[in-house]
Design a protein around this ligand. Structure first.
Ligand SMILES: [Zn+2]
Length: 114
């Protein structure tokens, strides 16, 4: 059976890799603080995403809960000021970013990276 990690790898790399070293999917998120400074941060998807579970119905209590998606909360602070830029990113069950919200700045980009 294909594991979730293999599935994710398939999505990003097209095929499973022989060498798993350093292949963990990550993201680079860039925001712009209200003061104008751009701040980038690297997200390790494997460690920083919180799992969001579907609510199990009463009939399904014996089954393990299904993953509905993932949530990332991040505070970024630049060098020019002390104001934090708060980012919340929602991911779907395949760990693809689906939606985001931001406070204290503007969203610039989010890209997959090694
Ligand atoms: Zn700032």
């Amino acid at each position: 059976m294909e594991t979730l990690v293999q599935k994710i790898r398939d999505i990003f790399w097209g095929q499973p890799s022989e060498n798993g070293n350093g292949m963990a999917p990550a993201m680079r998120i860039t925001v712009q603080c209200d003061c104008g400074e751009q701040i980038s941060t690297r997200i390790e998807k494997a460690y920083e995403l919180q799992e969001q579970y579907l609510q199990a119905s009463d009939n399904d209590k014996d089954k393990p809960p299904a993953i509905a998606g993932y949530l990332l909360r991040k505070e970024l602070v630049g060098n020019c000021c002390q104001n934090p830029v708060r980012v919340i990113v929602h991911f779907d069950a395949e760990r693809c970013p689906a939606d985001h919200s931001i406070e204290g700045g503007e969203w610039v980009s989010a890209e997959e990276c090694l």
